[in-house]
Design a protein around this ligand. Sequence first.
Ligand SMILES: [Ca+2]
Ligand SMILES: [Ca+2]
Length: 234
Amino acid sequence: MKRYTCSGFTLLEVTFVLVILGLLIGGLMRPLLNSREQLMQSRADLQLTNARNALLGFAARNGRLPCPASADSAGTETLNEIGCDIYQGFLPVVSLGLAGPLDAQILLLDPWSKRIDYSVSSSDSDSNGMADFPTSGGMREAGLSRLQGDLKVFHWLGKDCSDLQLRASHVVAVIYSDGKNTNASNAEQLNRSNSGSYATGAYSQSTDCGYDDHVQWLSDSALFTQMLRAQQLP
Ligand SMILES: [Ca+2]
Ligand SMILES: [Ca+2]
């Protein structure tokens, strides 16, 4: 008489193996996901640095900063006779000749496929009714001694959600990416407020106080240095 023996695994053994496999895969995937996220953050920083350099190049060639693009200006600036139609908008990728991924409205996208914001100062230091920085001859007319950017950048210290300290005043242009997440911290809310004030800070994924934005700015003194070199000023 034949005797049959069961050589399969019990449910408990299979569950145990699956748990171990899950832990192993999770452990291997986490560093890969972290390094992918770090790569995307580096790409965002590089994009903003290239955009800042393009702004300086535009100023050296044209003697002024470009106006922001609007959602429907097909990547071109919104310049009029006395300044810009809007002072907070998007990078005018066509006017700047910037390379990179675009959406259907010809607006530059960051590594998370979000539009990159750009603001320019609306300052009218000589009160002639024309914004100094984006209008042709506006800076030369106002003169170096009077010119002053009116955007501000604050620094989030990472201790308290509301603890923002002034990082840079007299700013003429800000370029900003929301990063991967749209967090509710005061620093990120300030960046989305279109108030002319922005915040930079350390990366944090705290649930109530997270910050993963990327912000670069151009101070008026950095712009003047470039304008003097290019003989666009005085
Ligand atoms: Ca003016
Ligand atoms: Ca963010």
